[in-house]
Ligand binder design. Structure first.
Ligand code: ADP
Length: 277
């Protein structure tokens, strides 16, 4: 864990200024949410699932979106990924190709699909691997679809990603022939297919037993060290201190926003330019 913290301490956190020699650098948010509102139309009338959420997320953060079931966590992730429309507000991503900020909900369907494929890796509670494809082919498919890598490289890259999540020996199996935890590892490898800067995970450990869930959480901790930014929704409060930052959602509102626990302390010290304890 100490090694994790030391590496993490070189990353930015929560918009706090970071001292580099005598110069203070204010990090740019990677994702900016401005007054995001989502109202669902239901038979019983309109229901506001998000009531105006504003937050900035910075590169290298490991953000936990926590709250009870029904609080609005998944809806918030849908707004960030653009898989569902927002009712008002905006979600702005820094561009990854130097073309200026992207307003996610102003993109056309085609632009959105292309942007999402290059920018985000998404991990679901239910893994959502294609059952008729081997684990390897489940990863090759998005690599080939996005076209970021040459076709002959995609197989090699998919295998490297399976290795990263310690699943290379199961590469040629169908999803049904490995355990839930192993499927989730393969799903994480798939999310990394196009080397996105941001991973979005919606209750990724929610259908796993606690020991398996722990090993999956450790995979995410490792990915933070490779420079990814991760936003993970969970109703498991015990995970709170293990994120670098915890956003608590209740009834569609952001009720607390805290740098947390060991990572938080280390990152805050780093942000102040202080020595590691
Ligand atoms: P969480 O992920 O925290 O469990 P959700 O974001 O899934 O919460 O849901 C927030 C609220 O919005 C809940 O009350 C849920 O019933 C409601 N909700 C979610 N999706 C829809 C929908 N498509 N239509 C109507 N209400 C919805």
């Amino acid at each position: 864990m100490q090694a994790v913290i030391q590496k993490a301490a070189s990353l930015s956190i929560s918009g706090l200024p970071i001292s580099v020699s005598s110069v203070t650098v204010q990090p740019q948010p990677l994702i900016h949410l401005n007054q995001v509102v989502k109202v669902y139309a239901t038979a019983a009338g309109d229901f506001a699932a998000l009531k105006g959420i504003s937050v900035d997320i910075f590169p290298g953060e490991f953000v936990g979106v926590v709250g009870k079931s029904g609080a609005g966590k998944s809806t918030l992730l849908y707004m960030i990924t653009g898989v569902d429309d927002l009712s008002s507000g905006e979600v702005i991503f820094q561009s990854i190709d130097g073309r200026g900020p992207i307003s996610v909900h102003d993109l056309s369907e085609n632009e959105l699909a292309l942007w999402r494929g290059r920018t985000l890796g998404i991990v679901y509670q239910s893994f959502q691997l294609l059952p008729m494809l081997t684990l390897l082919d489940n990863i090759i498919l998005p690599i080939d679809l996005c076209g970021n890598f040459r076709p002959r490289q995609s197989r090699e890259r998919a295998m490297e990603l399976l290795k990263l999540v310690e699943m290379e020996e199961h590469a040629h199996k169908l999803p049904a022939y490995v355990s839930g935890g192993q499927q989730q590892r393969a799903a994480i490898a798939r999310a990394l297919a196009n080397d996105p800067p941001v991973l979005i995970a919606d209750e990724p450990t929610g259908s796993l037993d606690s020991i398996t869930a722990e090993t999956i959480f450790e995979v995410f901790e490792t990915l933070i060290l490779t420079g990814k930014t991760i936003i993970m929704a969970t109703h498991d409060n015990s995970l709170g201190p293990r994120f670098s930052r915890r956003l608590q959602i209740a009834d569609g509102e952001l009720v607390s926003d805290k740098a947390t626990g060991l990572w938080g302390d280390a990152l805050r010290r780093n942000a102040r330019g202080g020595a590691e304890a």
